[in-house]
Design a protein around this ligand. Structure first.
Ligand code: NI
Ligand code: MN
Length: 229
C-alpha cells in the first residue's frame, strides 16, 4: 500500500485497484504540488466541512464518479450538489470494497463559511478516520485538539500509521501531538496540518526528533512524498 502526503491534511492511499483521497484541499493550498485535475480516485473521505479539508471534494468526486465518505450532515450537503455519497457517523464503521472505515471523534468545529451571505452552514461533528486495508490500519486524526479517548483508539486496534495535526492554533500543537502519539501507540507517526500558513508554522523535524526521544518512529513527509505500508 502506498500513502502519499499531498500537503496540509491531504493523503492519497493507493492499494491494488483502489485509490482513495482524504481531505483533498489542493486548489488554493499554498503547499500543494499536484492539482485537483490530476487526482484519480474511487473514494473521497472528508473529515469535516472546513474549506481546507472539503477543498476540491465536489470537483474530484464528480469527475471521477467517486463516492464521498463523510458524516451524515456533510454527506447530505454534498449529495445535494450531485455527488455520490456514503454517510456514516462517529463510532460507526462500514466495510467498503477497499477495506473498513470507522469514524472517530475529533475536538474541533464544523461549519462551512459562506462569506457573501455571512452564513455558516452546520455540517455535523468533525471526525477522524480509522481506515483498515488489507490488515493495515491508518489513523487520520482530522483537525482535533488532544483528547484522552485517543488512548482508547490505540487500545482497540493496533495502528500502523497515524497522521496527526501539529500546527497548533486550530488543532493540537507539537507538545499535545507528542502525547497523542504516545496514547495512540502507532508504529509510525506522520505530522500534518502545519506550515501551510504563518499561524500554523511548525518545525516538523523537531517534532519527529522528539518522537524519537520517546521511542516512537516519526517521519516527515513533504508534499508529494510517500511511504509504503
Ligand atoms: Ni478544520
Ligand atoms: Mn483545518
Amino acid at each position: 500500500m502506498k500513502l502519499t502526503f499531498l500537503g496540509h491534511s491531504c493523503v492519497l492511499i493507493e492499494h491494488g485497484e483502489h485509490r482513495l483521497i482524504i481531505d483533498p484541499f489542493l486548489t488554493g493550498n499554498p503547499v500543494a504540488t499536484v492539482s485537483a485535475d490530476e487526482i484519480e480516485v474511487d473514494y473521497v473521505l472528508v473529515t469535516h466541512g472546513h474549506g481546507d479539508h472539503l477543498g476540491d471534494t465536489v470537483q474530484i468526486a464528480k469527475r471521477n464518479d467517486a463516492t464521498v465518505i463523510a458524516n451524515f450532515e456533510l454527506a447530505t450537503y454534498l449529495g445535494w450538489q450531485g455527488v455520490k455519497t456514503h454517510e456514516m457517523h462517529i463510532g460507526g464503521s462500514f466495510s467498503f470494497p477497499f477495506g473498513k472505515v470507522k469514524l472517530t471523534p475529533a475536538l474541533h468545529g464544523t461549519g462551512l463559511v459562506i462569506p457573501e451571505k455571512k452564513e455558516i452552514v452546520y455540517l455535523g461533528m468533525p471526525t477522524g478516520l480509522l481506515i483498515t486495508i488489507d490488515g493495515k490500519t491508518i489513523y487520520h486524526a482530522g483537525d482535533t485538539g488532544l483528547f484522552s479517548d485517543m488512548k482508547l483508539i490505540g487500545q482497540r486496534q493496533p495502528i500502523d500509521v497515524a497522521f496527526l495535526p501539529i500546527g497548533d492554533n486550530y488543532t493540537m500543537g507539537p507538545e499535545d501531538a507528542l502525547l497523542a502519539a504516545e496514547w495512540i501507540g502507532a508504529k509510525q507517526v506522520v505530522p500534518m496540518h502545519y506550515s501551510t500558513w504563518p499561524p500554523i508554522e511548525q518545525d516538523a523535524y523537531k517534532y519527529v526528533q522528539e518522537l524519537g526521544q520517546r521511542g516512537i518512529q516519526g517521519v516527515v513527509l513533504k508534499p508529494g512524498d510517500n511511504i509504503s505500508l
